[in-house]
Design a protein around this ligand. Structure first.
Ligand SMILES: Cc1ncc(COP(=O)(O)O)c(C=O)c1O
Length: 375
């Protein structure tokens, strides 16, 4: 059987030529001319004032927390159902991630579960826009404002996603996006942090580059840096930035194809009593970084993944339930996130996947579900 991947990035001559041009230009370090171009392209695309390219979204989240002054002894509320980078970033600052349960239908932070987790140590909320769908930001923002909490969007999967017509990245003090290989716009590894606040932008930029201005900017104006902050080296290389720029240009086309495939999955699965298709909340434009379905709990999800692998079809669990991971030593309870961790299944979705492939995936999924039920 033909190999069907979970995901596969799509590159063509645009990216190959852009890399060649960058290599030939002599500027391959971080935050050079391509980094500046990428920043401009992302700012225009999502309508924010400042955007700092970084090595990955995890680094972006780390910088966002530091910029907002998060430190040892602070607590930060985090959507439980996420990739552990979100909770890890809080730990990097010596602060404690406190996990908030999510909604079973959208997989996003449950606004009803936030208030009970707030203590006098709580300083911020990291809202994850899970799989490419913006969380219920009206209600989350209202709670954050009531308790004077900063908001960070973990928009790793959500470039271009919208809520009430506004792009992800516009609902927080600082947002972080990923260009990892599994994301809709990829540079292999990479990310970008965005904000509308000039002061935050300056700190983000400095912290991403050892606590000084990038070499490219310093080249234009001779000035010996003073190193006011113990910054990191989180700069995105211009080679990666060149790829991300080209990906962003073709993103509408990539997204259109994904939407076509999602419509097919939905059509084939919507009446299946053992499979729950993803819910798109009102007022949301989903960008489907991942198409994750919920399997009925009587189905062994892990065995389905193994059986599909034998058919040459790659699938994956949805996300992790952070609160159960030993690294966090958490006593939080997030039953709905735990349920999703156990029962969600990410199905293949990428530009070069064809409608016939979707039909094969669904057909094989049904075969394995029926096999389990008749045992
Ligand atoms: C929700 C979420 N946050 C953060 C990350 C980390 O992104 P990166 O790999 O760019 O560091 C990921 C990556 O999978 C993610 O899904």
């Amino acid at each position: 059987m033909k190999k069907i991947y979970l995901t596969k990035p799509f590159f063509d001559d645009d990216e190959f030529n852009a890399v060649r041009e960058t290599l030939e230009s002599g500027w391959v370090a971080g935050q050079g001319p391509k980094g500046i171009k990428l920043s401009e392209a992302v700012r225009n695309y999502i309508n924010v004032e400042y955007a700092v390219p970084v090595v990955n979204c995890t680094a972006g989240l780390h910088l966002a927390l530091l910029t907002l002054g998060i430190k040892k002894g602070d607590e930060v509320l985090v959507s439980d159902f996420t990739f552990p980078a979100t909770g890890h970033a809080v730990m990097f600052c010596g602060a404690k991630p406190v996990f908030v349960d999510v909604c079973l239908d959208t997989y996003n932070m449950n606004p009803d579960k936030i208030e009970s987790k707030i203590t006098e140590k709580t300083k911020a909320i990291i809202v994850v826009h899970c799989f490419g769908q913006v969380a219920d930001m009206d209600r989350i923002t209202a709670t954050a404002e009531r308790y004077n909490l900063k908001i960070i969007e973990d928009a790793a999967c959500s470039l271009g996603a919208k809520y009430k017509g506004k792009n992800a990245g516009n609902f927080s003090d600082i947002a972080a996006f990923s260009f990892h290989a599994r994301k809709n716009v990829t540079s292999g590894e990479g990310g970008i942090v965005t904000t509308d606040n000039k002061e935050y932008a300056d700190i983000l930029s400095s912290l991403s580059c050892f606590g000084m201005e990038s070499a490219f900017k310093r080249q234009q104006n001779f000035k010996i840096p003073t190193f006011d902050l113990p910054g990191y080296n989180y700069k995105l290389s211009d080679i990666n930035a060149a790829i991300a720029i080209e990906q962003l240009k073709k993103y509408p086309r990539l997204l259109e194809k994904k939407r076509l495939l999602v419509r097919k999955y939905n059509e084939l699965l919507q009446n299946n009593e053992f499979v729950k298709i993803p819910v798109v909340a009102e007022n949301n434009l989903h960008v489907y970084q991942t198409y994750a379905v919920g399997l009925n709990p009587e189905i062994d999800r892990n065995k389905i993944i193994i059986s599909l692998r034998e058919d040459n079809i790659q699938t994956q669990i949805g996300m992790y339930a952070s609160h159960i991971l030993p690294v966090y030593k958490s006593s939080d309870k997030c039953p709905d996130s735990l349920y999703l961790f156990l029962h969600t299944l990410a199905l293949p979705l990428y530009y070069e996947l064809e409608i016939e492939d979707v039909e094969v995936v669904v057909e094989r999924l049904n075969v394995h579900i029926n096999k389990q039920l008749t045992k």
